[in-house]
Design a binder for this molecule. Structure first.
Ligand SMILES: [Mn+2]
Length: 326
């Protein structure tokens, strides 16, 4: 396995192969889906045969992405998988994949991602830690490949950009992120329309779930850790699905004194398992270190993991790890 591959090498690989399987991480976000669709549209313009794949248990997609043109995403692996180059997009870690199909076949894997803690699991790895989103890497690749920014491609990449930068407000909002936005808007993206598609017209269940989450907020160590917990009952009684908890943690990070905001939610499928999302308000605490300690990962200011550790013990460990970094 190579450690890091240059962009030119990835460009050559994309030009050379004819058949691809594209996939992304489980619980896909806007960057995951925007990159999946974006890469499909890029390779399509080059006349390649591409299959977008996500395992069936990832559907239905979170509400905000249901209006993206993702009807073609396959839920089963194609029979000719062995003939395809597999491209992982926005996956920091192979364990975040919904289907463990890599062990079944001798596949050639390209890993295109922007997580600084990417494990470089591919045969070729284009990991650009300073890219605002994986979509930004694709924007560069599209130019290298001489691909035209059609309105459809521009919108897919814009969704990746707008969601991963928290609407251009997180620390990854670089000058380049804004240059990319300008280019995409010039190519036909309507920002207000994209905003409405992503962030408005949401199901009422989300508001109900949010109100429960806000009612359950706990503050520890003078608010350094501001945390909430959603139970399976909360989901059931709100008529909410797991992805409806997306964005809850952002309400907590905005509170005075918060260093780390956390959402702990019980998984609906596995009893006793919880998913934890952490957000750091500034650079004093690197939450990806905490997440890796629990087998997860992510970015310095946004990371997550799943765990069987009971809630009280989990909170104690989080408090300890935060103070250890301060
Ligand atoms: Mn991303």
């Amino acid at each position: 396995m190579s450690i890091t591959t240059g962009r030119q090498e990835i460009v050559s690989e994309l030009q050379r192969a004819e058949k691809f399987l594209l996939t992304t991480h489980e619980n896909p976000d806007g960057d995951a889906l925007g990159s999946l669709l974006g890469m499909h549209l890029i390779l399509d313009q080059l006349g390649k045969d591409t299959v977008m794949f996500m395992s069936a248990n990832q559907f239905p997609l979170p509400y905000e992405y249901q209006r993206m043109p993702l009807e073609k995403v396959a839920r089963e692996l194609p029979a000719d998988l062995n003939d395809r180059v597999v491209v992982f997009l926005d996956c920091g870690n192979i364990d975040r994949m919904p289907v463990d199909f890599l062990h079944e076949a001798h596949l050639h894997v390209l890993n295109i991602d922007h997580h600084h803690d990417n494990t470089r699991f591919g045969d070729a790895n284009l990991v650009v830690g300073h890219a605002s989103c994986t979509g930004e890497i694709l924007w560069d690749l599209a130019r290298d490949l001489g691909v035209e920014l059609t309105p459809e491609l521009a919108e897919a990449l814009y969704i990746a950009l707008v969601t991963d930068t928290g609407k251009f407000m997180f620390e990854n909002t670089t000058p380049k992120a804004h240059e990319m936005a300008a280019d995409l808007i010039a190519a036909g993206v309507q920002p207000q329309e994209a905003h409405r598609k992503l962030y408005e017209g949401l199901p009422f269940a989300r508001l109900e779930l949010l109100s429960r989450a806000l009612n359950a907020v706990q503050r520890h160590d003078g608010g350094q850790l501001t945390l909430t917990h959603l139970t399976r009952e909360d989901f059931k009684e709100s008529n909410a699905v797991e992805s409806d908890s997306e964005g809850v943690v952002d309400h907590l990070r905005g509170v005075e004194g918060t260093v780390v905001a956390g959402l702990v939610r019980e998984l609906l499928e596995v009893e006793g398992r919880r998913k934890v999302s952490l957000r750091a308000t500034d650079k004093t605490v690197d939450v990806s270190i905490i997440a890796r300690g629990f087998g997860g990962g992510g970015h310095r200011q946004a990371a997550g993991f799943t765990t069987d550790v009971p809630l009280d013990e989990l909170v104690e460990r989080l408090r300890r790890e935060i103070s250890a970094q301060l």
